[in-house]
Design a protein around this ligand. Structure first.
Ligand code: B3K
Ligand code: ZN
Length: 880
């Protein structure tokens, strides 16, 4: 397999000014005619080098250069390319190929999902459609004609605006679309199917009317309103927050059932996993509603951050993805509760991205090399990339950041650019120097920031000393100092904020400051500090680092009560929980009886008692750190001890706080009973507290609680309440209630694949013994298929990632099972196979016996036959 390096980047030899495509769709094949209007790239030097087009799995039928039919001696075809010699600097190339969407199970290129044709071209899928320069710095103007049988495929869509359509007389019809904006091939899209649509419109800030359409299979027409509302909010928000206006006359979203990712931002024709579009109270949870809102926004925001300004090459992926994730997180924060959103994002980052950064696939936000680009749509490129953009905003301030983004969009509209161009715009708009800051793009690994304090009572000075370091990652043994923005405040003994005056300043400036820590070791001294303060560090999680300050448990409890920063109040609770749980892990390992530090109970009690607090934050506080997070922060994770400690803590908290949980549960359930479902922050918060209370209450096993749970399961008018009740029953020992609930749920929702995904997931997450056998049994269920990525994620992915005690069972049967699935999927769908593999790559985290078992499975995959580049890259790097 070939390794591609960033340092080898070269501009394309040829450009494609116009791309005219015609698709003839049939049940057993598709014909693709492509007319490419091409010319020598003036920036690429003199002469006429051979033209090498990308192409994969294409059957060439005809090829003509300037209308002259080419014969076998005129071109060379290899596994992944077609090469020919142009005889002039400008020319037109006409090709016809046959492809087979009907048997494309990789879901890349043109494929069929159920009865509809659809495409997924990013990153390198267009080369499976026609011979082309399939690279993002080749931008072209596309017109697309689609023809198909009219009865089965009444709707024919592509990018841009509709131009013409007609009948062919033999039961077939056609439509032509024209996209006036230059775009790279990865943004191409085509859809043909029997679809219904929900229509709306939006008037942009300059007064243009845009038609909005969401296309779905007929049975889903009643589940589009939330996505449509989210789209309109996104369009308004991007005008206000970034000054970005939509540019075509029409914006379309199509929902498909078989999709490798969440969604795709094709110009004017976004294609979505149906799980990221469809949402209504009865079938989708609050979390699903929020995910739909965020993904609709994310793809819409790409129209500027990605499409109008695109990436020069795939090493720059975070240019569009990190920035767009940052944009969608700002949007979600504005639409809902900003603190809750930040807590969710940070938990996710620290649990999953930090694990990636510490594992064999660790790479920088701008990777240096890859074998298979699909493997680099990662938490590092997306989530850490978003944190890097957030840090730029923290350093420049909101206004400075907006000046920078305005300049970036204005300067690079219509271009394919790099991360350097983005940073340069930020620098130029602010007169800032981000040279050292850019190490965040080139150095992998999660930095550690150790902080120590010194208070001088006589001089009334308080000093904080920061020591940063970053562990080695593959190919990077030594790291240079990062610029780490540390937002902080100081609390006095009453919990009040102290005004912050740094050495060399004449007067204090505010109570929250951002320090730019940019040396390996650095001390900052504050003046006029009347008493020994308690520092509140890294407010809002101002940098993606592992912070280490020797807080006592009492100090953490104090911060939980008094910190003015909502994020850090939660963070203090997390750190307290971590300390307490880690102590119990030690007790378990030493064979001692487990004992829960009652201070944690007291801290949670005061949260539950205070009815003025945001209920969503109380629910977050009550959620103990996950087993996955406890694993990530362990040097070597003891799966069984972590599970036992966490279970024991939950049980003890449930017992100690039963009355309070019961009171808040009943009050909230009563409101839920009286109030129709609304997808809004306040309602999410009420249900979140209600549901976490129920999960604690069920640990008591009291009959009145079981009855309440069954009542909630049966009577709730929404999936959020129903699914939690189901999950709680599934994880309980009440077998009859559990079996009844599972059966009635499956019977009721058997025709709704997205709901059945949730039914699978809930069971995949059941941590009681026998997990693997249950999964194997569920794989035989008629609703399960390995061909649908959502099903694979819902059952196998949820099992391997969330059911840690069962997956990591000591005899290695969980590992063997996962490897078996990867080997099958490697042939069917390499992208899904390679993602499913991630848990096995973390083998260094476990005891020697598990390490050996996990490595055996990785080696077995490696030896299993012909591997896709996707799976090969992950397995070989994991074993290196
Ligand atoms: N840009 C797409 C990702 C496509 C990945 C293909 N392997 C989704 C998104 O980030 O918006
Ligand atoms: Zn994206």
């Amino acid at each position: 397999p070939k390794v591609i390096h960033l340092k080898d980047y070269q501009v394309p030899d040829y450009l494609i000014d116009e791309t005219h495509l015609t698709f003839e769709l049939y049940e057993d094949r598709t014909l693709v005619h492509a007319q490419l209007v091409m010319r020598r790239n003036p920036d690429a030097g003199a002469g006429l080098p051979p033209l090498q087009l990308d192409g994969q799995d294409l059957e060439l039928i005809s090829l003509a250069l300037n209308d002259r039919q080419l014969g076998l001696g005129d071109y060379q075809i290899a596994e992944e390319s077609l090469t020919l010699q142009p005889d002039a600097a400008s020319f037109t190339l006409d090709s016809t190929v046959v492809i087979h969407p009907e048997s494309n199970t990789a879901l890349e290129g043109l494929y069929k999902s159920g009865g509809m044709f659809c495409t997924q071209c990013e990153a390198e899928g267009f080369r499976k459609i026609t011979y082309y320069l399939d690279r993002p710095d080749v931008m072209s103007k596309f017109t697309t004609t689609v023809s198909a049988e009219k009865h089965a495929y009444p709707i024919l869509l592509s990018n841009g605006n509709p131009l013409a359509s007609g009948e062919e007389g033999d039961g077939r019809h056609w439509a032509t679309w024209e996209d006036p904006f230059m775009k790279p091939a990865y943004l191409f899209a085509l859809v043909a199917g029997d679809l219904w649509c929900v229509e709306d419109s939006f008037t942009t800030m300059s007064g243009r009317d845009v038609a909005l359409r969401i296309y779905v299979e007929p049975e889903n027409i009643d589940k589009c309103q939330h996505a449509m509302d989210s789209l309109k909010k996104s369009m308004t928000w991007d005008e206000e927050a970034y000054g970005r206006e939509y540019d075509l006359d029409i914006f379309m979203i199509v929902a498909v059932n078989d999709f490798n990712m969440g969604a795709m931002e094709n110009k004017g024709l976004n294609i979505f996993n149906s799980s990221a579009v469809l949402a209504r109270a009865e079938t989708a949870t609050d979390a699903a509603h929020q995910r739909v809102e965020a993904i609709v926004a994310h793809e819409y925001f790409h129209n500027w951050s990605g499409n109008r300004v695109t990436c020069r090459d795939w090493f720059q992926l975070s240019l569009k993805e990190g920035f767009t994730v940052f944009r969608d997180s700002q949007f979600s924060a504005d639409m809902n509760s900003p603190t809750v959103k930040r807590v969710e994002d940070v938990s996710y980052l620290r649990t999953h991205q930090f694990a990636e950064d510490a594992g064999p696939m660790a790479h920088s936000v701008r990777p240096e090399s890859f074998i298979e680009i699909s493997n680099f749509y990662t938490l590092t490129v997306y989530e850490k990339g978003a944190e890097v953009v957030r840090m730029i905003q923290t350093l420049l301030g909101e206004e400075g950041f907006r000046k920078g983004s305005d300049l970036y969009f204005e300067r690079h509209d219509g271009q394919a650019v790099t991360v350097d161009d983005f940073v340069k715009a930020m620098e130029d708009a602010n007169g800032a120097d981000l040279t050292q800051f850019k190490r965040w793009y080139s150095q992998a690994g999660t930095p550690r920031l150790a902080v120590s304090e010194q208070y001088d009572a006589a001089a009334k000075t308080y000093s904080l000393t920061f020591r940063q370091s970053c562990p080695p990652t593959p190919g990077q043994s030594e790291k240079l100092a990062f610029v780490i923005p540390v937002s902080l405040g100081l609390l006095d003994g009453q919990g009040n904020e102290i005004a912050l005056r740094l050495q060399d300043e004449d007067a204090p400036v505010g109570t929250t400051r951002v320090l730019a820590v940019d040396q390996p070791e650095q001390t900052f001294t504050f003046l006029d500090v009347p008493e020994q303060p308690l520092p509140s560090l890294l407010r809002g999680f101002s940098a993606p680092v592992k912070l280490d300050f020797p807080y006592s448990r009492d100090q953490l409890m104090f911060l939980m009560q008094h910190d003015s920063d909502g994020f850090n109040r939660w963070e203090a609770g997390q750190q307290l929980s971590v300390q307490v749980l880690q102590e119990m892990v030690g007790q378990h390992q030493r064979g001692e009886a487990l004992q829960l530090d009652q201070r944690l109970v007291a801290a949670l009690r005061s949260q539950l008692e205070d009815e003025c607090l945001d209920q969503a934050m109380v629910a977050e506080m009550l959620s103990l750190p996950s087993e996955a997070y406890l694993t990530e922060i362990s040097e070597i994770a003891d799966v069984d001890a972590i599970h036992a400690a966490r279970d024991f803590a939950r049980q003890s908290i449930a017992t100690a706080l039963f009355e309070l949980f019961w009171k808040r549960y009943q009050a909230n359930r009563e409101v839920s009973r009286q109030t129709p479902y609304v997808a809004e922050a306040g309602h999410f918060a009420r249900r979140a507290l209600q549901n976490i209370a129920l999960s604690y209450l069920m640990l008591s096993g009291k009959p009145e609680v079981v009855a309440a749970c069954v009542e909630q399961f049966e009577e709730a008018d929404n999936m959020t309440e129903r699914l939690t009740a189901l999950a709680v029953l599934v994880n309980s020992g009440f077998e009859a209630e559990r079996d009844n609930a599972l059966a009635s749920f499956a019977e009721h929702f058997k025709d709704n694949p997205l709901v059945m995904d949730q039914w699978f997931s809930v069971q995949a997450g059941n941590t009681q013994p026998g997990g693997l056998e249950r999964i194997q049994h569920l794989m035989q269920h008629p609703a399960f298929t390995l061909k649908n990525p959502n099903k694979v994620r819902a059952l196998i992915g949820a099992f391997a990632n969330q059911n840690l005690v069962n997956f990591h069972r000591a005899d290695g049967a969980g590992y063997r099972f996962l490897a078996d699935q990867v080997i099958v999927l490697n042939k069917l769908n390499p992208q899904i196979a390679s993602r499913l593999l991630a848990p096995l790559t973390r083998w260094r985290k476990y005891d020697t016996s598990r390490q050996a078992l996990m490595k055996t499975e990785l080696e077995r995959i490696l030896a299993s036959g012909e591997l896709s580049s996707d799976v090969y890259e992950v397995v070989s790097k994991s074993l290196a």
